[in-house]
Design a protein. Structure first.
Lengths: 208, 208
DNA sequence: GCCATGCCTGACCAAATGGTTAGCATGTTG
DNA sequence: CAACATGCTAACCATTTGGTCAGGCATGGC
């Protein structure tokens, strides 16, 4: 791993080091010195390249987001575009999870893009009869994306619940993606009770 | 709000202040001094009561978790137990999201509990015919919980996608919970294609 | 009155932090 | 060769940080 890192420019090495540390500990708990040490450079060089800690953080954001964008946006079909995100290294995933929680502008933009693409994809599916229509396509797309992204934030706990070392072991992914597809295909609830209950609440509130 | 806070013990006031700040900014970026100022006490008192920053953080964890546990665990039916979590103040929600991401022991234990209760509840539903059976009940329960918890981590983005100021406005909750129930009731995909595709991948991998 | 106890603070400390500056190599270009 | 940009560092700085300590100020029991 080190040997693979050695031929990267110092700038890239610093960015990678920051990515790992920020992802693992949270931006606030990581000092520029720690980043520098991990990248094998002086802490002044970090500032030289990124001007400030905030600058470094933004660079990380942009880099990660560009990693996820990767291919053409149009192929965000199914879990495809999202898969790229989930297949990234553990460090990148943790970083992304934090970026979403912190609500950095880049993460927000990325989220919006994904929702947009997903909504188009779902509506395309509706037209082709592969996807059920929804009363509120926008809300469904947003929530759908949220669900697909959820393992980013809860991966560690998911892994523990499934009793695997890492959610992104192929074995684990297969297992819980199966559960996900199952729910997306057949739903969870057998009857319409929950929907009816919701409608009742809606009506009650509407009449107040 | 101040007047409501005034009659709390200083210890509680400090804890609440920490909760808000930690949730909003992340533990690493919040200083004990900032917490003290917000609570209207000296920063020495924070240490006096909680011994260290880590102590304060643990106290927050325990408090938040106790809030969520609230009622008897058995009534974690449907979204009930989870609703408590989602209905908590924005600050508590953000804090929880961070706690899950950071993987604090208390958060991990809470997650495990919820998964356990949810699995029992789902299996009960299966026996009563209200819930579809699953090939892998454990994985389904874990993923289901993850999905219900997802708004904790992505609430801000969800709100933006739905164009509401806060995901927990009643209006917004009704809207996206409807979408969720829709998906949980009817699924998303109309055919079994995705399931078949998964089985194909499974078979291919298994034969390698 | 007086001492004990619990809540609370100001002053202090060593360490760490983000950031600046001057300067050292190492090319590269005229 | 001189001039100059580039990548990099050591030394330094002001500020902030988590944490300690001695003591103030109530309250209440004796």
């Amino acid at each position: 791993m080190r040997s693979a890192e050695d031929d990267l420019t110092a700038r890239a090495r610093i960015r990678n080091a920051a990515l790992e540390l920020f992802g693992a500990e949270g931006v606030g708990r990581v000092s520029l010195r720690a980043v520098a040490t991990r990248a094998g450079v002086s802490h002044a060089l970090v500032l030289h390249h990124f001007a400030s800690k905030e600058g470094l953080r933004q660079a990380c954001d942009e880099y990660v987001v560009s990693l996820v964008r990767g291919g053409p946006e149009a192929d965000l079909g199914d879990t495809a575009g999202l898969a790229a995100m989930l297949e990234a290294g553990a460090a990148v995933r943790r970083y992304l999870g934090r970026a979403f929680l912190d609500g950095t502008p880049q993460a927000a933009a990325l989220f919006d893009e994904i929702v947009e693409a997903t909504q188009r994809w779902l509506e395309q599916g509706v037209r082709e009869g592969r996807v059920h229509p929804s009363q509120d396509p926008r809300a469904r797309a947003a929530l759908y994306v949220t669900w697909l992204l959820a393992p980013l934030a809860f991966g560690e706990h998911l892994a523990r619940a499934l009793d695997v070392p890492d959610v992104h072991d192929m074995e684990a992914m297969l297992r819980f993606s199966r559960a996900g597809i199952e729910m997306f295909t057949r739903g969870v609830f057998a009857g319409e009770d929950a929907l009816d209950a919701w409608d009742a609440i809606r009506k009650e509130r509407g009449s107040r």
